[in-house]
Design a protein around this ligand. Structure first.
Ligand code: SAT
Ligand code: MN
Length: 585
């Protein structure tokens, strides 16, 4: 199938390493999907769901020790340790190839190797990247055909001598002590061993489109970011595009598909992407963003016809459900689906479950994989190879205290500093404690494929190349009152903050200049039809002097690890913030 000699040679090498019984070259056809689904169903790797309720949908359970990304087993294998930086795990590439090469050696005996050519971005576009994933998992093949442009279209795009990322994956023994997610940025190579979980094994996603692509972007003068992309149509018909970086499981998919509240007539949302943005400078000097993916890998629990009807409608057919609750009639259910639970069912572990059992029916990081093209509000521009022009970039996270609902940075450098000092309470998307505040610059901490201080400098260096930079904002939907309750309703009402952002971009909305940036005046927010007390609004927009002084100390601790490599601009920004807070107090 490949005319690309390099590709054929590499596949042959990996076949002799992994020693599969069979090799299947995936063409991405519908016939292939049916054949592989039937095969995976016969071994129990997937289960066909009720085809009347969920046509084309299958169900999958991962191993119980394999339900989220494992950041402590994820490595950047650059030749020099300092090129991985202090925030990444590093392994010497020679050691990595040899140690994990031994695990790959013969690991596919008795199994089939699937050769999965795929494109991230629009096939044929000069900005797309091609990969080939070799995997012994049909679940991976079925996911890749939703999440990427896969099969013949990619093999054709590969042509005779296009470059490609070499992606090797085996489930191995699914033993957490023999699990490694390895990135070799200098070799354009990814090796993933011993896992069957999404972010660890769908190598086009975080591994290629963020870790490897961020390294490529740094070298080639563009940016690979952990951002959703969305177009907001205002009542006058104008569409404004924004990109927003939030850590995993902080509502990127919800914001990307938001339903405007009824009290904001005339607004419409157009989804371009929900997780990853590749951003380049256009001929007009603006930033243009492309979604390299073809599907959504969204968190199921909490997704409902109330919280995200567009996601529910997107995942009604041709989708994959992982680690959710399975009902006796072959349907799915999860916590926060906002429909009554089944009387009895089988939980994500495969055990009998009832609503009384006191256990969660679906894992908190259970996922749906759904084709973006099925999204009812998918933007007509979503496959435009040039992407869409960005008017604003948003950073945000879960902060119970501190960050106001929304504020605007003073300029690009200050905005970069705001992104670099982002913090969020941890979620179930990665293994480890949930709810702990962790610094997560640009939501890229787990996804930056090289030294993060160099990444900061890349952001700062972009400034002089971008003639018309977008404005940079910070948002926080998760601020809580003293009794722990959320101060802001969230979901559709988040459009009120976005609307202020859009009007700021047009120079039409008022703000107060505070030490941290421009914060909306109460009157400048569109609160039509929203019931919110003046006190709550005050709290949401408050800039608490003492809390920010403490925040400065905490930022300092995080920055300390970069030593002399921390950009001087950030030291200046910290100093300037301290001075402004001094005058404010
Ligand atoms: O598991 S993924 O990395 O694909 C999703 C996420 O954590 O954002
Ligand atoms: Mn993500």
């Amino acid at each position: 199938m490949f005319r690309n000699k390099e590709a054929v040679k590499w596949v042959e090498e990996m076949v002799s390493l992994c020693k599969p019984d069979h090799v299947v070259w995936c063409d991405g056809s519908e016939e292939e999907r049916q054949r592989l689904t039937a095969e995976a169903a016969s071994t129990g790797e997937v289960l066909e769901l009720n085809q009347d309720a969920l046509p084309g949908c299958v169900y999958h359970r991962t191993a119980q020790n394999d339900v989220a990304r494992t950041e402590h087993l994820t490595f950047i294998c650059s030749r020099k340790e300092e090129d991985a930086g202090p925030t990444n795990n590093w392994m010497d590439p020679k050691e990595a190839y040899s140690k994990v090469g031994e695990m790959f050696d013969g690991c596919m005996k008795g199994r089939t190797m699937y050769v999965i050519p795929f494109v991230m971005g629009t096939p044929g576009s000069p900005f797309r990247k091609i990969g080939i994933e070799l995997s012994d998992s049909i679940y991976v093949v079925l996911n890749m055909r939703i999440m990427t442009r896969m099969g013949k279209v990619a093999a054709d795009d590969l042509g005779e001598n296009e470059e490609f990322t070499k992606c090797l994956h085996s489930k191995g023994e699914l033993d957490i002590d023999r699990r490694y997610i390895l990135h070799f940025p200098e070799d354009n190579t990814i090796w993933s061993y011993g896992s069957g979980y999404g972010g660890n094994v769908l190598l086009g996603k975080k591994c290629l489109s963020l870790r490897i692509a961020s390294y490529m972007g740094m070298q080639e003068g563009w940016m690979a970011e952990h951002m959703l992309i969305v177009g907001i149509e205002s009542p006058d018909g104008e569409i404004t595009y924004i990109a927003a970086a939030f850590p995993s499981a902080c509502g990127k998919t919800n914001l990307a598909m938001l339903i405007p509240p009824e009290s904001m007539p005339g607004y419409r949302i157009w989804t371009v992407g929900d997780d990853i943005a590749w951003i380049r400078i256009g001929p007009d000097g603006r930033l243009w963003a492309v979604n390299p993916e073809a599907g959504f890998f969204g968190v199921a629990p909490g997704t409902s016809m109330k919280t995200n009807p567009n996601a529910m409608l997107t995942a009604r057919k041709n989708s994959i459900f992982t680690n959710v609750l399975l009902t006796p009639d072959g349907n799915v259910w999860w916590e926060g689906m906002d429909v009554p639970p089944p009387v009895e069912a089988v939980d994500w572990k495969g055990d009998p479950w009832t609503p009384q059992s006191g256990e969660k029916g679906s894992h908190p990081n259970a996922r749906f994989t759904a084709p973006a093209s099925q999204c009812p509000v998918i933007s007509p521009e979503w496959e435009n190879p040039q992407g869409v022009p960005l008017s604003a970039i948003l950073f945000g996270g879960r902060r119970a205290k501190l960050a106001p609902l929304v504020y605007e940075s003073f300029n690009w450098q200050h905005g970069t500093f705001v992104g670099a000092t982002m913090a969020s309470e941890t979620t179930a998307a990665a293994t480890g404690a949930v709810g702990v505040v962790r610094r997560d610059p640009m939501a890229m901490l787990p996804f930056c494929g090289y030294d993060m201080s160099r990444y900061f400098r890349h952001w700062l260096e972009m400034e002089e190349k971008i003639a018309n930079p977008p404005k940079i904002f910070n948002v926080n939907w998760f601020k809580r009152d003293d009794d722990g309750s959320f101060l802001w309703p969230g979901y559709g009402d988040n459009l009120r903050a976005i609307d202020w952002i859009i009007r700021r971009c047009k120079g039409e909305a008022d703000a107060v200049e505070t030490p941290i940036g421009y914060v909306p005046t109460k009157e400048s927010l569109n609160l039509n039809g929203l019931e919110i007390s003046d006190r709550a609004l005050g709290k949401l927009l408050e800039v608490d002097h003492d809390a920010w002084m403490l925040e400065l100390e905490s930022m300092q601790k995080f920055f300390d690890q970069f030593g002399y490599n921390l950009p001087e601009e950030f030291i200046d920004e910290q100093q300037a913030l301290r001075t402004r807070l001094g005058h404010w107090g």
